[in-house]
Design a protein around this ligand. Structure first.
Ligand code: HEM
Length: 136
């Protein structure tokens, strides 16, 4: 399964992500933003080593972008399985909170952020998120 978005979108988002990744604070701020949106979400990470989780998320976001650039969805499919009802039981609706938290965190960290870029981010994340939700 592959998804292809125009290179103009995926390049903008890839570069924006590169600017965000320059600071570890990006990932810290993302998780505090994400957890502040729901007590249920926060509780999911009670026993999690958050330093390791931030490291794993760094790769996970790049898989979502790569998928929109046309790479295979195998990694995201496996990730969807670890998150599904037999795994962490991440409710499909929580992915919306995840995307909102991510875009808001990008807005705070990327000095070149614009509303149009927020729109590109959402477009680029969408196919990979849908793939993960589909294996719930
Ligand atoms: C598309 C969005 C997401 C990405 C890219 C992502 C990425 C990851 C990655 C890479 C891991 C570690 C690998 C694994 O365990 O399979 C992980 C673990 C986890 N994720 Fe996600 N995730 C996403 C959405 C969510 C959402 C919406 C939740 C809801 C609470 C969530 C909760 C968790 C939990 C609880 C773990 C395990 C933590 C632990 O080991 O204690 N994830 N995620």
């Amino acid at each position: 399964m592959t998804a292809m978005l125009p290179e103009s979108s995926t390049n903008q988002v890839f570069q924006s992500y590169g600017r965000c990744c320059q600071s570890e604070r990006f990932f810290e701020d993302f998780y505090s933003n994400f957890m502040s949106r729901s007590d249920e979400v926060r509780a999911m990470f009670d026993d999690t080593d958050m330093a390791e989780q931030r490291r794993l998320l760094r790769a996970g976001i790049s898989w979502l972008i790569m998928y929109a650039r046309g790479s295979s969805g195998l990694k995201l499919h496996d990730l969807g399985k670890s998150h599904n009802r037999e795994g962490y039981n991440v409710r499909p609706g929580w992915y919306e909170l995840w995307v909102d938290a991510l875009v808001e965190t990008v807005a705070r960290h990327d000095p070149e952020f614009t509303p149009a870029l927020a729109h590109e981010w959402r477009k680029v994340l969408h196919p990979g998120i849908e793939l993960m939700r589909a294996v719930y």
